[in-house]
Each structure stands twice: as C-alpha cells, then as structure tokens.
Design a protein around this ligand. Sequence first.
Ligand SMILES: Nc1ncnc2c1ncn2[C@@H]1O[C@H](COP(=O)(O)OP(=O)(O)OP(=O)(O)O)[C@@H](O)[C@H]1O
Length: 245
Amino acid sequence: MRRAGAADILDIAIRNKAFRGADGGLLAAIDEVAFAVPAGSFTTLIGPSGCGKTTTLRIVLGLDTDFVGHVTLPGATPRVAAVFQEPRLLPWRTVEENVRLALPPELEGTDPTDLFAILGLDTMRSRFPGELSLGLARRAALARAFAVEPSLILLDEPFVSLDEMTASRLRALLTTVWSARPTTALMVTHNLREAVELSDRIVFLTPRPATVRGIHEITTPRPARDAAWRERELAELDRLFPGVL
Ligand SMILES: Nc1ncnc2c1ncn2[C@@H]1O[C@H](COP(=O)(O)OP(=O)(O)OP(=O)(O)O)[C@@H](O)[C@H]1O
C-alpha cells in the first residue's frame, strides 16, 4: 500500500518485501525497514551488498508497489526526483533540452542558467550526452533532478565508478546545489566516507532480509567536517557498528 500525505517528512515503513524466484519460491528481501527522513535533511542508507537498498528506493519511487507497509512522501504535492548510477539522459537531446524536458508544466520556461552555473555546466548546455564524461553526465543528471524543484530527491550510488578526484568534486557540487536548493534527500551508497561527508543521518541496514541495524545522527556542520573529523567519526562508527568499515 502507498499513500502520499501532506507531512513534510519522508516516512518509510516497509514491513515485508519478497520476490518470487524463477523456481516459484519466495526470496525475502526486506524484513522490516522503518525510518523517517526529516524535512530538508540529507539521509543516507548504507548496508551490505544485496541487502535491499535499491529495493527500498524503488518502493519509495513507486516503481514497486508489491510490498507490505506504507510510504508517506514529503510535501503537500509530492514531487520526487531520482539520480541513478547511470545518468539516463536522452542521447539525442542536448544537456539543456534534457533538463527542460523534465520540467513539470508549472515550471515550464524556467531559466536553468543558475543551476548550470552552480554545477559548473555553463559551457556544456548545448552538448549531447555522448560528448560528456561520466562525471559531467552525472552533473547533468543532478541538474535535471534539482531543476524540477523536488520535495524529495533520491540518489542511488550517484558517485560510483568515478575516480576519487571526480567523485570528490561531485560530492562538493552536490553539497553546494543542495544548500542552494534545499530539499529532503535520501541517498544509497556503499561508501561510508561519502556518507559521513554528506549526511545528517545514516541508516544502517542488516544483511538481507533487511532490518534497520541502527541510525546515526551527525550534527557537525558540513564545513567543519575536515579530514581529522572524518577519521574520528569513522572510528566512532566502527565502534558503534562493528564491521561497517
Ligand atoms: N526483480 C527481482 N527479482 C528477484 N530478486 C530480486 C529482484 N530485485 C532484487 N532482488 C533480490 O533482492 C535482494 C535485494 O536487492 P537490492 O538490489 O535491493 O539490494 P542492494 O542492497 O541494493 O544491493 P547492492 O548493494 O548490491 O546494489 C537481492 O538478493 C536481489 O538479488
């Protein structure tokens, strides 16, 4: 069951999610994953490979409705944007056209110049996706997601398969664009360093079938999260949640 509500938080309460295998048997993917993402916060979902993270995002997106539980989306008229591992840009459209085509009717004609500037895409507007590196294509996907002024943005491993320098630059750009256009955000990652750099809260999942192992709040302001702070935070998380590193 799925219902959209007027509350400003994202409320996820998945009580059970199973897949039917080719042999007809059931594979339990999620046992109980229940947590809230406060309005305007950045929450990260982290857990072992195959534990049910993408399944959770697909349920929140409404792409999978075959589960027990409920999801309440934030905003009086929820608008959800998603950024996937593959940028999923239309190859026959320019970067700017890709962004403009995603706009809902009420935002049609909105000038994306500021957004392109924040994301360092000013000179890429008339390029086609095939002319972009993976890092630039991911920036274009971020521009498209933020352009729709979402009440919720979902990010599924948006920095995976990038070299560390490109990923680090993209993380900084995400922080900048998210600060300029604050919205409720839920990201899935395998990378705990990335999670502590970006998040207000981290939700740790158990191996499949997923349950919430624990939730860690981070109150340190992002500009104060320097290398020394990050190492201390990671050590603390390893103490609280052994094996997460
Ligand atoms: N359509 C499907 N049919 C059958 N099983 C599926 C389907 N989608 C996912 N699964 C299984 O459900 C479990 C959870 O998958 P999911 O993709 O959500 O995990 P994940 O935590 O995102 O994994 P990863 O970290 O490797 O990306 C896995 O065992 C997966 O094989």
